[in-house]
Unconditional design. Structure first.
Length: 233
């Protein structure tokens, strides 16, 4: 452990080692995100980890600088407050990489990764090398090895389908019948009518499909009378 002590007689060297380890941990995790084209990639994860490490070193420095003060002093120090503020700040950064598109949500893993690398930086900043190394290894395992389980895990796929058609009452029933014949479950349905143009709009969120059927379902819906446009994602 490298708490507020020196390394080879140098406090600056101890800080350098902490920062380099934090950068390495953040870089390893960020490299995996970068390879998958995620918005929070290599540079972002390195900056988060190094930044968290720096703030923890500063927090530790406050304590070391004023450790000689007794309980009668006017100045009160609580180094743990810095760590708490790091966690709060990362929450805002993580929220910025989460994107919601219909029923699908993207960026949750990237947000969690930022949260983790902040913890890695805090661990190395406090000199808890073993904790940082173990956490880095577990993070990399969860991002790489566990991802290989996706093809063998059975899970529902959500598909959002938007239909624009001439306004006629029977279209709703025809769409529901089509979904039922294909064994699909309607998770959500919304619609509205454009009276001026005599058009009706449906937005359906379907699930239970075991393969990607967006194009196939679109072709089937286009066979209905009055359907003008179908969009899916």
């Amino acid at each position: 452990m490298l708490y507020g002590h020196t390394l080879l007689g140098s406090y600056e060297l101890a800080i350098l080692v902490k920062l380099l380890l934090a950068a390495l941990a953040g870089g390893l995790v960020g490299l995996e995100r970068e390879k998958h084209g995620r918005p929070a990639g290599l540079r972002t994860n390195i900056l988060v980890s190094v930044g968290a490490c720096t703030m923890m070193v500063v927090s530790e420095a406050f304590f070391l600088k004023y450790e000689g003060l007794d309980v009668q002093s006017v100045l009160r120090l609580d180094p743990s407050r810095t760590a708490a503020q790091i966690v709060t700040g990362i929450g805002f950064l993580g929220a910025g990489v989460i994107l919601k598109e219909g029923a699908s949500v993207r960026g949750l893993t990237s947000a969690a990764t930022l949260w983790v690398v902040a913890g890695l930086g805090m661990a190395f900043g406090m000199g808890h090398i073993s904790l940082g190394v173990i956490s880095t290894a577990l993070a990399l395992i969860s991002l790489t090895l566990l991802k290989k389980l996706d093809p063998v895990m059975k899970k529902d796929r959500f598909l959002t389908v938007t239909v624009t058609a001439e306004n006629r009452e029977s279209l709703n029933d025809e769409l529901l019948t089509l979904l039922e014949k294909r064994g699909l479950v309607l998770a959500d349905l919304s619609s509205h009518v454009d009276v001026a143009n005599q058009e009706i709009f449906f937005q359906m969120v379907v699930t239970q499909q075991q393969k990607r059927i967006g194009r196939e379902l679109t072709q089937a819906i286009l066979q209905f009378n009055g359907v003008k446009k179908v969009h899916y994602h």
